[in-house]
Design a protein around this ligand. Sequence first.
Ligand code: ZN
Length: 222
Amino acid sequence: MIGPLGAVVESVRPVRAEVAAAARKLAAEGLLVGTAGNISAVDPETEEVAVTATGVVLADCRPEDVTVVDRSGVVVEGKLAPTPELELHLSALVASGARAVVHTHAPYAVAVSSVATSLPVLHYRQILLGGHIRVAPHGTSGSVEQTAHVVDALRNRSAALIADHGAVTHGPTLAEAVEHALLLEWCCRLFWGASRERGAPPPVHAAFPPPHQRHTDPPEES
Ligand SMILES: [Zn+2]
């Protein structure tokens, strides 16, 4: 494609621009800082996956900073290498049937992931994420083992935390995956604030898991 001044401009498909815009939005919201975190979305035209590239300052993410891979992770469009956490995205997309995945190192998510093994439901809006949120064990980022832990933590949920690391959300659209990331961070902030104010884990609504289950992963309930 030739640009207005005669320069060759890389043609990008819409999904790359959408992922770049989502990255800028979550950076503006404080969930993505510097180059930390990554976003993916399925291209409805090809079923390939557009994912943020490694080393990109996400607040400035451009469509060209988003790489397209096939479902086995082979790059099919873009000049930059995809995030090293690509396997997490591909596995989460397959396991959940979602169309987009967001991974952040959002500050309250990281804080909660460092002190709890589960995020209890304190507010009804968290039900939109599926209920209490599991914390996957810490592991080598991008490894097969770590990916398996996170995918397991995501079962029947659209969000999970990763111990001492961050958060993962997904959704049936990129917009919903982004909204889930914002909601999860809000829930983590709520939990953090309530716990600090009370000097102990806050009480949970009677409709939600009882206290003895709040910080552990209960037997599979759904
Ligand atoms: Zn990460």
